[in-house]
Design a protein around this ligand. Sequence first.
Ligand SMILES: Nc1ncnc2c1ncn2[C@@H]1O[C@H](COP(=O)(O)OP(=O)(O)OP(=O)(O)O)[C@@H](O)[C@H]1O
Length: 221
Amino acid sequence: MSCSVTIRNLSVCADENLLFSGVNLNVSHKEKIAIIGANGSGKTTLLETIAGLRNASGGVIELFHEPMLNLDSFKKYRGEIGYLFQDSDNQFIYPKVLEDVAFSLLSRGVDKDEAVEKSREILEHFGIWHLKDKIVFHLSGGEKKLVALAGVLISKPKILLLDEPTTALDFKMQTRLTQILKSLDISQIIVSHDKEFVRNVADKIYYLNENGLSEDRAGIL
Ligand SMILES: Nc1ncnc2c1ncn2[C@@H]1O[C@H](COP(=O)(O)OP(=O)(O)OP(=O)(O)O)[C@@H](O)[C@H]1O
């Protein structure tokens, strides 16, 4: 089976302290997996390392079967990886919703009318077209999350990394997000404390601690 992300014996330090070691993971083409674990166990750090935003201390990350030998190697796949940050405010580049969602297409040279049309499509699909002229920083936490996700998905990444996607979402928004993620036929790595949500979305759930990832095969976590 074709794997989008393969991790072998990964270890990562923060401030020279070993956070975790022995992390092994295969995320196949279109597979959805979730990572849970205690506060401070390194879930966000692991996602950042997979995205090439920080250095590993040891081990190998392969994207699309190609080993990422240094942070420069990740550049080739930057357009294939979508990253939804834990704090949506870190995601926004433009002050207005429509401009922000269109940004990644415009930055790739897509013509303005086409970028606006694609933005309209995704905002309508998410049920938030009415927010198009709002200032992103004035939105509710849940609205911000959906706008940020629209901005990530508009460029059609092949791998989606999501850090605590349900934070600030009420039940209705969470249901909407669950439907959106389940309908996406791309590889997803979801970091979350929300076990019910990940059971609904993910094919596999892993628990992270300092000794690596263990899969919750029995469904007891
Ligand atoms: N750039 C950094 N410099 C120093 N320490 C860091 C850095 N990034 C993360 N850490 C530390 O590494 C540890 C793991 O942080 P991380 O955010 O990855 O954990 P987490 O499992 O995502 O936590 P939470 O569930 O609370 O979001 C924390 O103790 C954090 O303070």
